[in-house]
Design a protein around this ligand. Sequence first.
Ligand SMILES: *Cc1c(COP(=O)(O)O)cnc(C)c1O
Length: 485
Amino acid sequence: MNAYIYDKLIFEISKAGRKGYTLPPNDVPFRHVEDLIPEKYLRRTPAQLPETSENEVVRHYVNISTKNHHIDKGFYPLGSCTMKYNPKVNETTSSMPGFRNTHPHTPEQFSQGALELMYELAGMLTEISGMKATSLQPAAGAQGELTGLLMIRAYHDKQGKPRKKIIVPDSAHGTNPASVTFAGYESVNVKSNKNGTVDHDDLAKVIDEDVAGLMLTNPNTLGIFEKQIVKIEKMIRDVGALLYMDGANLNALLGITRPGDMGIDCVHINLHKTFSTPHGGGGPGSGPVAVSHRLEPFLPVPRVVKENDHYRFNFDYPDSIGKVHTFYGNFGMLVRAYTYIRMHGPDGLRGISENAIINANYLLARLRDYFDLEFDSPVMHEFVLSGSRQKAMGVRTMDIAKRLLDYGFHAPTIYFPLIVKEALMIEPTETETKETLDAFADAMIQINEEIKTNKDIVLKAPHTTPVKRLDDVKAAKEINVCFKE
Ligand SMILES: *Cc1c(COP(=O)(O)O)cnc(C)c1O
């Protein structure tokens, strides 16, 4: 590649007078900007915009896009994140003019299609989760957690018995205790037992009438199903508390079992994980919450209701916690998730989870002789290896993760969950072929060999990426000076 041209900033490529666009003819009466915007808001110097031809812009961004790893470029086994392939048909449907050009202020009678889609999607998520009702508003899983906790708070307030604590297992995602604190509760830790599930004796010790609820991830972040969920639910009910499920791992359960059948009161669903909408840089997230009859009165408003084949927003829920997002959530993501669910249908959805589970277990079977496994229980859609054996040879999990980049793979999630030493959390998802899984397993095994024969190559990795080892903390704080010597 010609680094001289393609490593430049777009501002360095810029040449005055070059143009990559033409505007359509004006179809409204011409007005001078000075007549429309008060003088004090007008800029005095022209905006500093780069001027380039169309092909320069296209090449610039295509080249940048290949410097990062992304799901359209390669395998992305980032545990807990469900980095499945995002089908392109989702983009086709979400860019249909009727959806794309709808303004959030469009009157209800002119946005019936959009409302119908929201109504149906909420219904499908309610059915998939086995709950009573769903709000599509939260913008991410973490915001779904906060929404759920605020509803739990409203529930106890309504009973006239406000409470103080939420129990969170030690294997939970960091967002769980963070959301608990955000919602004004105290987060109480409960330990995992040797099978990697909730320790009931420890749970019995921390449970009392001050507990508002328990946040459980199922399957948990070790990829292990909480088999004693019914017993846990009973313990929670006995003190009048509620059960929240972190549904980030729903990709393991579709059509197989439902949170509602496990006695859950609230579950968030990450559309950017289970339902194939883009993650992070690909667009905004979406974290709908589904609730049981206990929490239904407290759902955010507005809710879309159907009356005589007409859809409308209903704000009339006196116990609602209110709005948690501007307008109605990230609508474009709702169209993508709706498309994905309708494309698969009930049997297809079950097939997704079955294949996600098969893929994870296949990879685990290929890797288990080479790495340690601290919790050796049957896994669902992901598993967590430990790099302790490699650490004893002087190579940390961080080094293994960096070396994987040289083989063209995104690294797994590392150092999470916290209860596994030198953790490598691997989630292949159902969208990968056996050939891809084998190539990844081969790379992991090869790296394990390198640790014995050529340790330096692992310790100094990555060697093939546009930038080498970054100072991870500094990189987040000082964008420009983040390279280690
Ligand atoms: C991803 C994830 C979250 C947070 O969801 P976001 O959509 O990233 O906010 C919470 N819990 C678990 C287990 C997760 O994997």
